[in-house]
Ligand binder design. Structure first.
Ligand code: PLP
Length: 224
């Protein structure tokens, strides 16, 4: 297990670096987030053993089970919430995650602000955009992005770092990555969380600073 996972990790890292250099970018400007949702313990432990420290999860409760104890033992661990967050879980999310990538509505912003005040931390967030305007998907639609970003900046004391998107499955991701990059640039936002197992190299080409890779590292997920 360890050597299989270590070699997958090495491959993904090398492909990120190659895509970065081809785009005239510094590979160290791109963070690999290992998406550990629904993955078996031995695989996660193997990725940790191989030195990976940045992980993404899409459910608060599942992540608590997996990371709460490890967190204490691993000071360099960095956890990112990449799935939808209910406002009533804002406290729990802030307690566990270093960055929340899925801020997409006022109600959640208010809940995170209150949770931050209570905990004495300044929430670090990305705003999720629904670049494909898919009804079933979370995220702010592109035409409302500038207004939402401005409102979050005006009303909340967040460390607003950037934008995140999940392009529609059946569409060419490049145009979505380009759109996300454009909206971030005109709003002075640096972090771009985009690209998954199937398209992270394309995302790097379009300026991704954070790629979220699950199955290409761990193998197919067990369910859901
Ligand atoms: C599951 C998930 C990923 C990882 O997907 P893979 O295709 O397995 O790399 C990335 N981002 C989000 C938001 C996810 O939910």
């Amino acid at each position: 297990m360890d050597s299989l996972v270590a070699s997958a990790l090495d491959t993904v890292r090398r492909r990120i670096a190659k895509a970065a250099r081809a785009a005239g970018r510094d590979p160290s400007d791109i963070t690999l987030t290992a998406v550990s949702k629904q993955q078996p313990e031995p695989a996660i432990q193997a990725v940790l053993n191989a030195g990976q420290r940045v992980f993404g999860e899409n459910r608060v409760q599942e992540a608590q089970g997996r990371w709460t104890e490890r967190r204490a033992a691993l000071p360099g661990l960095h956890l990112r919430l990449i799935g939808p967050l209910q406002s009533n879980k804002a406290d729990q999310a802030l307690a566990l995650f270093d960055v929340i990538e899925t801020l997409d509505r006022d109600k959640l912003a208010r809940a995170l602000a209150e949770a931050g005040m209570k905990a004495g931390v300044r929430p670090r967030v990305l705003i999720q955009l629904n670049t494909g305007e898919e009804p079933q998907k979370a995220g702010v639609i592109p035409t409302e992005a500038d207004t939402f970003i401005a409102r979050v900046r005006a009303e909340y004391d967040f460390d607003l770092q950037g934008l995140m998107c999940i392009p529609p499955l059946e569409e060419e991701p490049a145009m979505h990555f380009a759109l996300l990059a454009r909206i971030a640039a005109r709003n002075g936002l640096e972090a771009l969380s985009m690209g998954m197992s199937g398209d992270y190299e394309t995302a790097v080409r379009f300026g991704a600073t954070h790629v979220r890779v699950g199955s290409a590292l761990f193998g197919a997920r067990s369910g859901g």
